[in-house]
Design a protein around this ligand. Structure first.
Ligand code: NAI
Length: 331
């Protein structure tokens, strides 16, 4: 039995968490959940949206499954997600984007992996109001973080039989910051002669991704570009409802979908739990419950391929609970 921290989040978080927990239970996952709430409601009661108990729980258990947590826009507390990644030094954000059979999209051969640096860049949150009409934000890029994220990307490529790693920057404009990131990527690339190394500017990448996404394999990016490009990648394969992710550090990993708390569909039993479920499947593999992971994966792909019981983001008319029941029935 493995103890795993579970953060149900807010918005659609609790609905999709309930769905995923019931599927894992039915599949026989040997997990004891250490449930830890975080977010705006917690801030009201405990004075902070991310109390120490949450961090302590993840440090203790070394692995967590996390649903989305809302971040106030343009005001309010700092993102719980960013704080969590920073305080646990979860330096790599891994976001694979692969077509799923049965989900009709403009392309049918997308299979790329976004490796996003997760601890610095404009997410450092160092901002200043200069005067009423101007503000500034500091973009931090360090050699240490840039080297280790490139190392992660190349290591991932080797272990997962990938052919190419492409470093994505805007080093023509941000010559010092993105320039440093690029130099670090080149340094690491030299250590991996078996992997082809390429470079591209982020604007050009976006254009090429919506024209020929099949050309791309592993992408390594600083934090902000990685965030934006991974949503683009989700769009290529059918939307945020199916886009999984993981935040990985040296000792700890937090598995969470790419999407946010989707306040527009909160509480309507409409959300697609697939992105969280796929993240949970990766988590099961990580904690050596591969058989259970594969069992769920097989059923999930079967239900999606059949296309009879799908949530509305995938052009179906099933609710979250109907989709969940269909998976459980097939298990
Ligand atoms: P969002 O990802 O929550 O929603 C974007 C669109 O995708 C919405 O139309 C939503 O209904 C749809 N969508 C997202 N997940 C879905 C699912 N599972 N099933 C069906 N449809 C789904 O992005 P948005 O609206 O920009 O952000 C909302 C909040 O979430 C913000 O406070 C943001 O800061 C937070 N957020 C949190 C993240 C996290 O906890 N890791 C990541 C991204 C955003």
């Amino acid at each position: 039995m493995q103890t795993v921290t579970l953060i149900p989040g807010d918005g659609i978080g609790p609905e999709i968490t309930e769905a995923v927990v019931s599927i894992l239970k039915e599949a026989g996952a040997e997990i004891e959940w250490d449930i830890q709430t975080a977010g705006a409601d917690v801030a009201e009661k405990e004075g902070t949206p991310l109390p120490d108990r949450v961090i302590d729980s993840i440090k203790r258990n070394k692995v967590a499954l996390k649903a989305p947590v809302t971040t106030p826009i343009g005001k309010g507390f700092r993102s719980v997600n960013v704080q969590l990644r920073k305080s646990l030094d979860l330096y790599a954000n891994l976001r694979p984007c692969k077509n799923i059979e049965g989900i009709k999209t403009r392309f049918d051969n997308v299979d790329l992996v976004v490796v996003r640096e997760n601890t610095e860049d404009l997410y450092a949150g160092i901002e200043r109001q200069i005067d009423e009409n101007s503000a500034e934000s500091i973009k931090i890029i360090t050699r240490k973080a840039s080297l280790r994220i490139s190392e992660f990307a190349f290591d991932y490529a080797v272990k997962n039989n990938r052919k190419t790693v492409t470093a994505v920057t805007k080093a023509n404009i941000c010559k010092l910051t993105d320039g440093l990131f690029l130099n670090c990527a080149r340094e690491i690339a030299d250590k991996y002669p078996e992997i082809e190394y390429k470079e591209i500017l982020v604007d050009n990448l976006c254009m090429q991704l919506v024209q020929n996404p099949e050309k791309f394999d592993v992408l390594v990016l600083p934090n902000l570009y990685g965030d934006i490009v991974s949503d683009l990648g989700a769009g290529l394969i059918g939307g945020l409802g199916i886009a999984q992710g993981a935040n990985i550090g040296l000792e700890t990993a937090v598995f969470e979908p790419v999407h946010g708390s989707a306040p527009d569909i909160k509480g309507q039993n409409k959300a697609n739990p697939t992105a969280l479920l796929l993240s949970a499947i990766e988590m099961l593999k990580y904690i050596n419950q591969k058989n259970i992971a594969e069992k769920i994966e097989k059923v999930l792909y079967k239900v999606i391929k059949e296309g009879k019981v799908l949530t509305c983001d995938l052009k179906g008319n099933a609710s979250t609970s109907e989709f969940t029941k269909e998976i459980i029935r097939n298990l």
